[in-house]
Structure formats: C-alpha cells, structure tokens
Design a protein around this ligand. Sequence first.
Ligand code: PLP
Length: 397
Amino acid sequence: MSVPQFSTRIMNTSGNVIREVLKLAEQSHIISFAGGFPSPNSFPVTQVNEIINELLQKSGPEILQYGSSEGFPAFREYLAAWLTGQGITATPDEVLITSGAQQVIDYMAKAFLNPGDGVIVENPTYLAALNVFKSYEAEIIPINGDANGVNLVELEKAAASGKAKMVYLVPTFANPTGVTTPVESRKKIVEILDKYGLIMLEDDPYSRLRYSGNPLPAVKSFDKTGNVVYTSSFSKLISPGMRVGYVTARHDILRKLVLGKQCTDVHTNNIGQRVVFEFCRRGILEPHIEKIIAQYKKQRDLMLDMCKQHLPAETTWNVPEGGLFLWLTLPGGINTTDLLPIAIEREKVAFIPGKPFFADGSGENSMRLNFSNASPEGIAEGMKRLGGVIKEILKNK
Ligand SMILES: Cc1ncc(COP(=O)(O)O)c(C=O)c1O
C-alpha cells in the first residue's frame, strides 16, 4: 500500500488533545473535569421535544428541506435586533447562522489567512482555535496576558511588527484562564486594530454565563470601522449537540464567510436553527439562562472550596466571574501532561493539561478544570482524588 500524500495543512494540525482525552473521560466511571461540557441536567429536553414536534407538524417539509446559507431569515432578524440591544449594531444581512462558533473560527481563517500569515493570540488561548490556525498554515504570534487579559504593550508591538493579519481573542471568561478584559483595554484594543489595519475575531461563547460582577460591553461594541468580527454560540446556553452559533461582521467580510460556508456545509442544520429560534422567540431562553447560572455558580463555588481543601499549598488558581473553567498552576515542577494518565487510570478523574493551550509550548505545570459537567458529589470526590494524587507525586519528587 502506498503512503498517502497528506497536505501540509493537515500534517501541521496536531490531534485535538481535548477530544483524545474525552474519549477516555467518556467512560461512565470517570469523573470528568475535562471538556467544556454543559451540565447534562441543564438540557431542556422536554421543551426541545415539544418545539420539535410542533415545528414538524407546522413546517415539516420546510425544515427538512435545504435552507439558505446565511440562515433562517427570521432568526437572523431576531439576532440582529438582540445584538443591537447589547450595543453591537447589526442588520440582519450582517448576521450569519453557523454550526457553532468553532465553524466561525474556521471561516475566518479560510477568509483571511494565507500560509505564513500571522495571527496574534493570547498565550494561553483556546486550543481548538490554535489548531484551526495551524491547519491554515498560519504563523501563530503568542502574546502574554495576565489577570487583565492580553498585554496591550505586547499587542501593539506584535501589531506594529507588520507580521500579523488577524487577532483572535476571547475577551470575556477566556478559555482556559477565565480572565475578562476590562472595558478600558477593550477600547484600546480597537484603537490598536484600527491603527495597524488588523482584523480581529472576538470569540464570545461565555459572556452570558456570569456568576458575579457586572456585564461588560463587547469589544465589537467599540468598533466603528468593522475591523472586529463577533461570534457567539448557543452551545453553552442551550445545547452543544444542536450546533447553532452565529457571527456578525461587516457586510463585505460576511459575504466571504458565506462563501466559506457554501464550500463546507451549505447551510446550518435547519432543525437546530429553528429550535433555537423558537427558544429565543418564545422567551424561554432568558429564564433558562438564569436557571443554569444558579446551578453553575454553586458548582464553581464548590470546586473553589475543594481547591482550598485538597490542593497542595502553593497551587494557584483563578476565581472566574463566569464561564466554565478554573485554571490551576501547580507547584514543584509537576508536569500535568504526565499526571493525566495517572489521574485517569488510577484515580478515575480527568482534566485537561495546560500545555496545549500555549502556542509557545510552555505551561507544563498548569491545568484546566471544568466545573459545569460533573455533579456536586463528583466535584467533591474528584477534587479529593486529584488533590491526593498531586500531593503524592510532590512527596515522591
Ligand atoms: C472559546 C471557545 N470558542 C469556541 C468554542 C466552540 O463552541 P461551539 O460549540 O459553539 O462550536 C468553544 C467551545 O468550547 C470555546 O471554548
């Protein structure tokens, strides 16, 4: 058998470590803090069932047919008004419905990046975005961040270098660090984009999951030139299995994203779009979000308590105001990639090692813990096991 000649782009793309780990963590006896999964208890199964039945009865042939690439028109109208209400001025034809926010990252890369083009990202950042940029043979330019988000001096320096074409940021409850960029920095980011003529993708799947503090305006809300493209998703609010997200962008950019979509999947699943639209239109979404916020806040607080109780001294972690993750830095040179198989096989507890989130290959002693997917009992037990194995390794070092 001859060896297949794979493309450079796919050879550049490392397997998504999260998905590989999830295969192990999916076993029912494993307590998983690994994926960014919403709680299975949060899924509105009854309401989705009712809506689907009604939709099939009233509009069956229509929703089982092909639809337009841009998305269901009434849903685009709804989202444009909803975004405008949040300070992100958008017309319906500046909104594209997508199969999740992940697809928007791909379309942005497809629309803007030639091999070797630079993408500025925060170090660390969402690892599946790094994989997309690598798959388009982009040069990733990592810049450091801290508790206030991306370092603006480094951002300006990277922008001024002339190597970058695009900036990718998760300014609210970042994955993996949970950090939120303050308002003043958001304004400054837009100034830098405009000064150097850069496009930015603002990836915002988590901002509605806020447990404390006040909501902040999106970076996009300060954008006067259309250099910021904004994406969000219903994955963490209703269901990731539905695969419904959206993007709003300046008209010329949106047209290119639509071309990308036509090559990939023609249009977003009609049933998913229509269910999510009904969820919004009927006023079910807001009370549903309130319910999951109350649940996740408890789970976040419990996991924070468990960190205090079980993790060795000198471990540090963030207290995120929202989102789904705690971000830990371990003491004593513990390598979390080496720790993972021991934690899974021996302690039956899973997490995501920090290293793959770092474009510069650092972060060996960090880890991301998800607090939304495990039950309260699972959080208490899993953190006890995790703390135990970390302490044991430290003792034997
Ligand atoms: C920062 C970030 N962007 C995008 C996504 C993809 O979400 P979706 O399910 O909408 O594709 C995720 C999912 O975890 C995420 O954390």
